[in-house]
Design a protein. Structure first.
Length: 414
């Protein structure tokens, strides 16, 4: 790079018709091509390398050799793939959180394993070795698949830039998905009672026997307030995701009192869903309590957040909510579900949907899915997967009502 900036004419003269790789900090920054070489290369690529005249050009052969050079490493190409992913975030095609997770996974396992590996040498044996490493780290099939997606993206970029002729075969990993699991009705009541009983209790008072990591959260903020009881009740009666709690402002909430009383939640788009959510009747009373409490503390304006409005950093606010909820589950000893599946704040959404499936009279799954901003497939795969026939034995044993006879029809008409 320094030689090019000092004397570009000399570099061009010395290179002649040959391509020049410009290297900065031991990494190829870009290639310089003579205009004639570039035109010849375009002609060759346009005709899919089928023109003997174009392929016979020595300059094109040099470029082709450079393009198919297997010495390019995985680490060289990774920044470009991440740049493409950032562009997707900017266009709204990818969530910023997803990109942060990608960076974490790259630093954790991907880069240490593949960084100096030549891109052309990455074949199924090296990919299988990577999978074996992740197995040793006790990662599940879903997580391993997500790590392989990152590797595949880098290799696809290498293929698009013609650094490799074809993508290698990837090992097959069985991705067994497990639902987070909701709470039973007694467990839900336990959470409500414990959150109310512990209001005003600071984590510092219990830290000597509760084994939880604060993960950088200021312990002064870790106090159970009445807001936690309302948060639990609100989620179970509104179908919202934890990420909705982070973004929900009072301007997104409308109280509707007609034949039915409910909240209409016009929340920002999440997972490509932007339709309003209709809540259960109980959510109205909970929200009114939240409003009164917020106004007493100087909040409650349309642009204020509904939950933990004192935190302007909403990612931090959600972390506080998640920690306090984990603390409550540890107090009751319901952090693990009956099949050993870990629970989190997201389990309250799971509970909201399963309660409707269990206790809703003739609930329409399509309507439920749309109202919860999900799909029927997701309802069946995750939320309904924990249900069994005994939970709805009344419906299993129910009988159809006999059709009314002529006398009955006459009575109905009268």
């Amino acid at each position: 790079m320094s030689e090019l900036t000092r004397n570009p004419s000399k570099v061009k003269h010395d290179a002649g018709m040959n391509p020049v790789a410009v290297i900065s900090r031991n990494t190829t920054a870009f290639y310089l091509l003579d205009p004639q070489v570039y035109e010849a290369l375009l002609a060759a690529l346009a005709e899919k390398r089928a023109t003997p005249v174009a392929l016979a050009n020595p300059a094109v052969q040099n470029v082709e050799k450079l393009i198919n050079d297997n010495s390019m490493t995985f680490g060289n190409l990774l920044p470009k793939m991440l740049q493409n992913e950032q562009s997707r975030v900017n266009r709204g095609e990818l969530a910023e959180k997803a990109l942060r997770i990608t960076y974490y996974r790259i630093e954790k396992f991907v880069l240490p394993f593949f960084k100096d590996m030549q891109i052309g040498n990455i074949q199924i044996d090296s990919l299988q070795a990577f999978v074996n490493l992740l197995n040793e780290e006790k990662l599940g099939g879903v997580s391993i698949g997500q790590y392989l997606v990152i590797v595949r993206k880098v290799l696809k970029y290498a293929h698009s830039m013609r650094f490799i002729d074809a993508l290698p075969q990837f090992p097959t990993v069985e991705a067994k998905r497990t639902s987070r699991g909701g709470f039973t009705l007694p467990e839900y009541h336990q959470l409500l009672k414990m959150s109310w009983r512990m209001r005003g209790v600071s984590f510092k008072q219990r830290a000597h026997y509760i084994n939880l990591r604060t993960e950088g959260i200021d312990e002064d903020y870790l106090v159970i307030t009445s807001e936690m009881r309302w948060l639990i009740g609100f989620m179970v009666n509104s179908f919202v995701r934890p990420s909705d709690l982070r973004l929900m402002q009072h301007k997104h909430v409308e109280i509707v009192e007609r034949d039915n009383t409910y909240l209409r939640l016009s929340l920002p788009e999440t997972k490509k869903h932007d339709k309003p959510i209709v809540t259960m009747r109980c959510a109205v009373g909970i929200y009114r309590r939240l409003q009164r409490d917020a106004k007493a503390r100087g909040f409650g304006s349309p642009d204020d957040y509904v939950f933990l409005p004192q935190f302007t950093n909403r990612v931090y606010a959600l972390r506080v909510m998640g920690f306090l909820f984990n603390w409550l589950m540890e107090e009751i000893d319901i952090k693990q579900g009956p099949h050993g599946i870990g629970r989190s704040l997201y389990s309250l959404r799971h509970t909201a949907i399963t309660f409707r499936l269990l206790y809703g009279e003739g609930i329409d799954v399509l309507t439920l899915a749309r109202n919860a901003r999900t799909s029927v497939e997701m309802i069946e795969r995750h939320y309904a997967s924990t249900l069994n026939g005994e939970m709805n034995v009344d419906l299993i044993q129910s009988k159809r009502r006999r059709k009314p006879g002529k006398k009955d029809q006459l009575k109905l008409a009268l």
